[in-house]
Design a protein around this ligand. Sequence first.
Ligand code: SF4
Ligand code: SF4
Length: 73
Amino acid sequence: MAKVPDTPENATNCICGECPSFPGEGGFFCAKGKGAKDVRRRGCICTDCKNFREFDLADGYYCADGAAGDGPQ
Ligand code: SF4
Ligand code: SF4
């Protein structure tokens, strides 16, 4: 069960498109899960995102590691 509700409102908060590690497609990875493309880890700006604070997230790099709340964390 993902910790971030997959709603249009939450999707609009996503700032992945401004991130140096953005894999080029997709976004809202904390709810949608990781993207199809490999990620070069050049920093994660999730900590600047409204959803990160609102849903008390901790990790980042959801584009590479999968959605928040998936698996052991
Ligand atoms: S926490 Fe990260 S992946 Fe989730 S909406 Fe914000 S910028 Fe996008
Ligand atoms: S999940 Fe984090 S590392 Fe990946 S694109 Fe979004 S802000 Fe960047």
